[in-house]
Design a protein around this ligand. Structure first.
Ligand SMILES: [Zn+2]
Length: 287
């Protein structure tokens, strides 16, 4: 059964650990993450970007696949199915398709418009018992063609959005999507601290979790981060393991070309990455 992310994140914030959001791209990805969460007895959030949703033949396909997999694999840990960086229209579509959680990324709108649209979605999500993530201060990265220092959100704007009744809040604190450049300045803990001071119990979300050093992750958790998004790292692990398999010529041996064999090393690599992250975030055994 899918659950909203509210309870798992409230517990995480109180218990000073974070729940990982791992983005999914296909069946193998989803299965690897769900099995690892069950093995580690950890709550988990499956992230779906609008692009990945389209790739997987639409949100309905995704919801049905995830629900069926939870049942068939006997997954009993809390699982939230969450739209990542949703547009206003995308959020509505996911709600209709049965997602248990959505992110509305209104960070590119002027703050007034971000507030207005977020407020409307808060009403809808509350009524349906879904969790809603909002964003303040855009998080840069390769995705948007911006590479360099990530932006820092205005803590007062964070408070305005938090007060609308969202479940969790993503704020730019110098983090970026994708791989971090060599000259990255690191996370701005002053900004994070100021945001937490103003937003209190609100679980904060750290995007761009790939490649942030472990000590920074732990410090961020101690300052109120309760959800950490990981996407690129699983992609890199999958690609690396798959490349090694092919480069070793294993697809040319016997039935090594069978997709169930060809994709197996990448599948295991995702499992290993997810396990490492759950250990780092402290969510193991917290289901
Ligand atoms: Zn993000």
């Amino acid at each position: 059964m899918l659950v909203s992310a509210k309870e798992m994140l409230t517990k995480a914030k109180a218990g000073k650990y974070a729940v990982g959001q791992f983005n999914i791209n296909n069946l193998e990805w989803t299965k690897a993450i769900l099995l690892t969460a069950q093995e580690q007895n950890s709550p988990v959030i499956l992230g779906v970007s609008e692009g990945a949703g389209k790739y997987m033949c639409g949100y309905k396909t995704v919801t049905n696949m995830v629900k069926a997999m939870i049942e068939e694999l006997g997954i009993t840990v809390p699982v939230a199915l969450h739209l990542d960086h949703g547009s206003y229209e995308g959020a509505k579509k996911c709600i209709e398709a049965g997602f248990s959680s959505v992110m509305f990324d209104g960070s590119h709108y002027p703050i007034e418009e971000n507030i207005e649209k977020t407020k409307e979605l808060v009403g809808i999500c509350n009524e349906l018992g879904l969790s809603l993530e909002a964003e303040v201060g855009s998080i840069g990265g390769e995705e948007d063609g911006v590479v360099g220092a990530g932006e820092c959100a205005d803590p007062n704007e964070c408070k305005m959005i938090a007060d609308l009744g969202v479940t969790m809040l993503a704020a730019g604190i110098g983090n970026i999507h994708g791989k971090y450049p060599e000259n990255w300045a690191g996370l701005s803990f002053d900004t994070l601290d100021a945001i937490q001071q103003l937003t209190g119990d609100m679980p904060l979300v750290l995007h761009g979790g790939t490649g942030i050093p472990a000590d920074m992750i732990q410090k961020a958790i101690s300052l109120g981060v309760s959800k950490i998004n990981v996407n690129t790292e699983c992609q890199l692990a999958f690609a690396d393991a798959t490349r090694k398999y092919v480069e070793a010529g294993k697809d040319l041996q016997g039935k090594g070309f069978d997709p169930r064999k060809l994709l197996a090393p990448g599948f295991e690599a995702i499992k290993e990455t997810v396990k490492e992250k759950m250990e780092l975030f402290g969510s193991v055994g917290k289901a």
